[in-house]
Write a protein of this length. Structure first.
Length: 257
């Protein structure tokens, strides 16, 4: 098996299993442990996985976000509830920005319910879903494609977003602590920042498990958003902090009942 094929197979295993073992990989691909070490080192440097003792994992950490394919499989019902709550903020005729991420891709599936719309996105899953929809004026933001995030980033994307204007932007994030919003990847962060700057209103989409977590880079402060949508009621301390910042919190699980 060629090196690139082997590394793709390692990623496929991680998406399916969450973790892989060094010895098992060596046996599976009939190569030395040192070869697997080099594969894992290069994949880690590319931001595709995290090395751990004896192997690697795709689980997110403070400096690492897991592969889009893995995240797409997680918390399906919660994402659907949050997307439905977000859809209530959208009215026909609006211009809507949708960022990268598996949560945002679920929202993209629902947007045709509010057509006609103009949708601006760098999310490849949303582009694929909406590209044939009538009543959707789709503006696909190009740039450098990231398989890990299944989206387009870099200078091209950031410049395109800076020249556009939207009624509302839907921004997802892997971490919020106190009054700060975080992300671990600076390219992704800059595209999200460009959307925040180009929208009249901003909505933050956040799984409740991501509260009280940090990541490498500060993306924004909570008060830059008009509303936060989450899937379950957060802790009392988190709720109090949000109320102190005068940022409304919508809990999708409550709204769906």
């Amino acid at each position: 098996m060629k090196r690139d094929d082997r590394r793709q197979a390692i990623m496929d295993l991680l998406v399916a299993q969450r973790v892989v073992d060094l010895d098992d990989l060596s046996d599976r691909f009939a190569v030395s442990k040192m070869t697997i070490h080099r594969d894992l080192d290069d994949l880690e440097q590319a931001g595709m996985l995290r090395k751990v003792r004896g192997g690697a994992t795709i689980e997110a950490g403070g400096h690492f976000e897991s592969d889009f394919r893995f995240r797409q499989q997680q918390e399906g019902e919660a994402k659907r509830r949050m997307a439905e709550a977000a859809l209530e903020l959208v009215e026909p005729g609006m211009t809507v920005m949708v960022n990268d991420g598996s949560m945002a891709s679920v929202l993209g599936e629902l947007l045709p319910q509010r057509r006609p719309l103009t949708v601006i996105t760098n999310n490849a899953a949303v582009i694929d879903r909406l590209k044939t929809e009538s009543g959707i004026n789709l503006i696909a933001v190009g740039g450098r494609y990231s398989m890990k995030f299944n989206g387009f980033f870099g200078v091209v994307a950031e410049q395109a977003l800076s020249r556009l204007s939207a009624d509302i932007a839907f921004i997802s994030t892997p971490a919020v602590s106190g009054l700060r919003v975080y992300h671990m990847d600076d390219d992704v962060l800059r595209s999200k920042r460009a959307m925040i700057a180009s929208a009249a209103r901003r909505c933050l989409l956040l799984n409740h498990k991501r509260f009280n977590h940090t990541a490498l880079h500060v993306l924004a402060t909570i008060d830059e958003f008009e509303v936060i949508i989450t899937d379950q009621e957060p802790s009392v301390d988190v709720r109090a902090a949000l109320e102190g910042a005068n940022v409304p919190l919508r809990v999708a699980s409550q709204e769906s009942k």
